[in-house]
Unconditional design. Structure first.
Lengths: 310, 451, 299
């Protein structure tokens, strides 16, 4: 079977760009949410394929979001490109440092130590009244790479779509590269990988930085899209939990899965909030149980099945 | 000149009669006005704030639609058009609220939004409202930052901001206990608790610089267990304990601190104590200083509007309305006042000058159109309106932020019921900064009233 | 500064005793079933709500006030007996063998469902039934006064710990349990009913969560969100102590309780994240927690 992923990615990008011109505003912002969440989940999936699940990805998401926010808030730089780049950089640098420690950990201990770090950041943010404590603060986007924007909202969406495309494409190639293939091998049997002469910790470290950078980018895009950052929706453990939730919900086999999963998840949540304002959490829970029970490969497996039968 | 004034008077007389008379006849045809209403339905803020607010909103809308509210709110709905509420849960954080706000406006097509109890949500939603050009009334959040850090055209807040809660608490405390030498605090570690404490301690520092702070306890929001905090406060032997705890956290603190004798040692000041007075009963010591974040509830003036709110609220629950219920009334009645003022203005300007023909037709046409959002905004800015909590003036934030006086009192247990005595009212100017001055700077500069 | 040490120790131990009861159920379930049960938080909340409701009914019915303690404990047992088997038989047993992380998410989904269910049954108004808290009077310890109830809870925590330790180490049931922990397949092969061990373990764990809630209920106001609040704390405790270790849960609870109390007395602004700093330090020094026992024997 020939690999049609690249072609499909290009087609998806074109469709997203066209949709940006014709869809109503609410659909654009809904799609933006799915895109930036999908970018974060893409990074989660890389780690899950390596056998590690972080319960503290909110750390990097928050760093990206607050990097973007403080650029506008404190340094009066309302440039979208700068925000995304700085968000990715800050997250990568922190991941590079923490990586020396975290790459020693596996399973639940990796999950819990990352949770501890994200909760420490949460505590710091809540304490800092200059950053608005739990209320957070607002930001706005005015330029992209120095060019003044007529319609920032459409631009943020377009940029999110292009970054999502590049991230998915890059990840697709990475999964197929020698280094990328090691991820699965490490998950299956670390010892064998070590015997092959590869440093498992180095591979994990690299993957960890990539996934943190993606979370940072996602956070920066979130801040730009929503126009507001606060600790609870970025660094608190429930946000990290939601990323794990969407990762498993999506399935880890394809670079499309995170975006599809994030889109469905967001749709279910909005739908539930509108029609069952008293039981929207329950609706999410039941949906999740349903997916785990009947679609062990995540919602993406539905599409795979459809393709196989076609 | 004289002639012109006479026509003005005639015109307004005519229009108001027509407005009232035609309400009944036209109400059937009028398109309902859809209001998005956002309040906590889950989480810890639902019980004390969110659900009472929802109950009050539904009761008020029912009563307005039936035209049974006392004047000046006795026309049906908003100027004859019935109201319809679309209720959304505020839980889930600011990011989710921004998405839900967009859905409310674009997919549900609401005409106005009234909502938000959490200050974080208000700060996040306000710029989006501005971007989407949708008139949005913030009804309960308290942070002064909303209009002090930005200015909005489409966003209004019909309750005063939280600065006055802290300032009036300090004023009242020093009047009641002028010998206060030391005070400590227990406030939740999130924006509201931190701001309450810093405003209160700044006000105290200005009013009586020699008073010492002993300890500032900052438990986590929703902690529920305060054993160590109470020990620490007991150890400080403070004359006064300041607290902005609310809801279940406040109850838990009272239940745990009472038996350990904290209130025998220290005078307690509860900035947001009012909503739970009826539940605290004997757990609240006599002489506790309590506020209701405005002239709501027990502090509300005796008026037909206040009695109306009490009776329609009690018909739905067995309790008296608490301050969030009063906040809702401010939001809905403020918007109604603005809407009807805008409609009236439109009607009067639709009367052709010096002509007697076609007056009725023109007016009916204008009536059927209702007031446009821009017209409502123009009428809302700087508006002064009556409410169950007294008169509100949209005086700050370029006419978008309400001010009013506030009040504090002390509790007294009478036949097992908590009552509030020694009520002292504070006029708006003495507890709120003038336009253009940021709250904290105003407190630190000595809280001078505008001359 | 040193003058506060006694108060810190007393406050810390009191807080620890409440947290231990919750954490020990969590560690028991993890030790035997390898499930990090997020729904433990909602079972705690359910126990608190049920106990407060029935204790309130009992007292307003004019029955003997001392009987309310029995009502609290009975409520916890009932909640455990109902929810434990329903969740384990009705859901979890279909998931055994799946990834550990998938199991965490299954319990997270159950947590979401139970949160809304609790809200639908008990409403959003906080429940305040404080009579059992004040009934036993107060004790003066040094310069400070403490409710006898809080002191008694320390005893309850000790009893719960002792009974569990005895059952696990000294009885036949405990032997079977340890066998299952050690090697599930072998245990099944020698005729141990693994399914039943799982069912009983989960039910006992659920009961402990509910007991934690039921005994805390009179000391506080039971409000929505207490489950989410407690579950992260319980996670931190069992991770610090070493997952699956009984002694670890006790030590973890003590450390967390005392560190939090110390923060409150000395540096209140650090209280919010003191637990996570301790958790990070412990994991850095002892990557699998303090009482990380070799894989084979975890409880």
């Amino acid at each position: 079977m020939r690999d049609r992923t690249v072609l499909s990615l290009v087609a998806a990008l074109l469709a997203l760009l066209v949709a940006g011109r014709i869809l109503p505003q609410w659909a654009i912002s809904y799609a933006s949410v799915a895109l930036y969440t999908g970018i974060v989940v893409l990074g989660m999936i890389l780690m899950i394929r390596t056998g590690l699940v972080s319960f503290g990805q909110g750390l990097y998401y928050a760093l990206g979001a607050y990097a973007a926010g403080t650029l506008d808030h404190l340094w009066k730089t309302s440039d979208l490109l700068t925000m995304v780049v700085v968000g990715a950089l800050v997250a990568s640098v922190v991941a590079f440092v923490l990586g020396f420690l975290l790459t020693k950990y596996r399973d639940i201990f990796f999950a819990m130590l990352s949770l501890a770090f994200s909760m420490i950041l949460y505590g710091l943010l809540v304490k800092s009244s200059e950053l608005g404590s739990t209320d957070g603060f607002g930001l706005s986007v005015k330029t992209f790479a120095g060019i003044a924007l007529e319609q920032p909202r459409t631009t943020i969406y377009t940029v999110a779509a292009i970054i999502a495309f590049l991230a998915a494409l890059g990840m697709h190639w990475y999964f197929r590269s020698h280094l990328g293939r090691l991820a699965g091998a490490i998950k299956d049997n670390e010892l064998r990988v070590e015997y092959m002469g590869t440093s498992v910790r180095r591979v994990i470290h690299i993957n960890y930085i990539i996934s943190a950078a993606l979370a940072g980018i996602g956070g920066a895009l979130m801040a730009a899209t929503i126009g507001h950052v606060d600790p609870e929706t970025t660094a608190y453990w429930t946000t990290s939990g939601e990323f794990v939730f969407i990762s498993i919900f999506s399935g880890t086999t394809s670079v499309f899965a995170p975006f599809l999963g994030a889109a469905i998840f967001e749709a279910v949540r909005t739908f539930a909030a509108q029609y069952f304002p008293n039981t929207w959490q329950m609706t999410l829970g039941v949906t999740m149980l349903f997916v785990i029970m009947f679609l062990p490969g995540g919602v993406w497996s539905l599409f795979q099945r459809a393709r196989r039968t076609a | 000149m004289k002639y012109k004034r006479l026509t003005e008077v005639l015109k307004s007389l005519l229009t108001s009669t027509l407005l009232l008379a035609s309400t009944g006849a036209l109400a059937q045809q009028a398109k309902p006005i859809k209001i998005g209403f956002v309040t906590f339905l889950s989480g810890p803020a639902a019980g004390p704030f969110g659900v009472p607010a929802k109950v009050a909103a539904e009761a008020i809308v029912e009563s307005l639609n039936a035209g049974s509210a006392p004047p000046p709110y006795n026309s049906k709905g908003f100027g004859g058009s019935p109201l319809e509420l679309v209720v959304i849960d505020e839980a889930g954080g600011a990011t989710k609220q921004v998405s839900e706000y967009r859905n409310l406006v674009e997919r549900q097509g609401v005409d106005f939004v009234i909502g938000y109890i959490s200050s974080g949500d208000c700060l996040a939603v306000a710029p989006v409202a501005e971007e989407m050009k949708k008139l949005t009334v913030l009804f309960d959040c308290g942070t002064p930052r909303v209009f002090e850090e930005a200015s909005y055209k489409y966003v209004f807040r019909t309750r005063p901001h939280a600065t006055m809660d802290a300032v009036a608490a300090a004023l009242y405390l020093l009047e009641k206990s002028p010998t206060t030498k030391t005070y400590g605090g227990i406030n939740q570690n999130y924006a509201w608790g931190q701001d309450s404490w810093s405003d209160f301690s700044s006000a105290m520092a200005v009013l009586k610089p020699q008073v010492q702070i002993t300890s500032s306890q900052m438990p986590k929001l929703g902690a529920g267990q305060y054993g160590a905090e109470i020990s620490a406060l007991l150890g400080t032997n403070s004359d006064v304990i300041h607290s902005s705890l609310w809801g279940g956290d406040l109850e838990a603190f009272m239940v745990q601190a009472g038996p350990r004798g904290l209130f025998k040692k220290s005078q307690l000041v509860l900035v947001a104590g009012e909503p739970y007075l009826h539940r605290l009963g004997p757990n609240i010591p006599d002489g506790t200083i309590v506020g209701a974040r405005g002239t709501h509830g027990v502090f509300a003036p005796d008026s037909a509007l206040n009695n109306w709110l009490k009776s329609i609220y009690k018909a739905k629950t067995k309790f008296e309305p608490n301050y969030p219920a009063y906040s809702v009334a401010l939001g809905i009645l403020g918007l109604k006042s603005a809407y009807e003022a805008a409609k009236l203005k439109k009607l009067s300007s639709s009367i052709p000058m010096g002509e007697n023909k076609g007056v009725k037709e023109e007016m009916e046409k204008a009536y059927a159109l209702g007031a446009s959002q821009e017209e409502v905004i123009a009428a809302f800015e700087g508006l002064s309106f009556q409410s169950p909590s007294g008169r509100m003036r949209m005086a700050l934030g370029k006419g978008h932020q309400a001010i009013s006086g506030t009040a504090y009192g002390t509790t007294k247990l009478v036949n097992g019921q908590v009552t509030v005595v020694n009520i002292r009212q504070y006029p708006a100017e003495s507890v709120q900064p003038p336009e253009g001055t940021a709250s904290l700077a105003w407190i630190k500069s000595g809280m001078k009233a505008k001359k | 500064m040193l003058a506060q040490v006694p108060a810190i120790l007393i406050d810390g131990v009191m807080a620890a005793s409440m947290m231990f009861i919750i954490a020990v159920g969590l560690t028991l379930i993890y030790g035997v079933m390898k499930i990090l049960n997020v729904a433990h938080g909602s079972l705690y909340a359910l126990g608190a709500y049920t106990a407060a409701t029935f204790a309130g009914l009992w007292l307003s019915g004019g029955h003997a006030p001392l009987g309310s303690y029995a009502v609290l404990v009975a409520s916890a047992i009932v909640v455990g007996l109902v929810t434990g088997p329903v969740i384990e038989r009705g859901l979890l047993r279909f998931m055994y063998g799946r990834d550990e992380i998938v199991l965490v998410l299954v319990t997270y989904a159950v947590f979401l469902v139970l949160e809304d269910l609790t809200k639908l049954v008990f409403g959003v108004d906080p429940l305040l039934v404080a009579e059992p808290y004040g009934l036993l009077g107060n004790l003066d310890i040094g310069p400070l006064t403490y409710p006898t109830y809080s002191v008694a809870l320390i005893g309850v925590a000790l009893i719960v710990g002792a009974v569990l330790a005895f059952v696990i180490n000294k009885t036949k049931a405990g032997k079977m349990l340890r066998a299952v922990i050690h090697d599930r397949e072998m245990s099944a092969a020698v005729g141990i009913n693994v399914a039943r061990v799982y069912l009983v373990t989960f039910t006992v764990g659920a009961m402990l969560a509910a007991l934690g809630g039921a005994l805390t209920a009179p000391t506080t106001s039971v409000q929505p969100g207490i489950g989410a609040e407690k579950i992260v704390l319980a996670f931190a405790i069992v991770v610090i102590g070493g997952l699956g270790s009984l002694g670890g849960a006790a030590l973890g609870a003590l450390i967390v309780g005392i560190v939090q109390a110390a923060a409150v007395h000395w540096k209140p602004e650090l209280e919010l994240f003191s637990v996570y700093i301790v958790m990070a330090i412990v994991l850095i020094v002892r990557p699998k927690g303090l009482f990380a026992i070799p894989e084979a024997r975890k409880i």
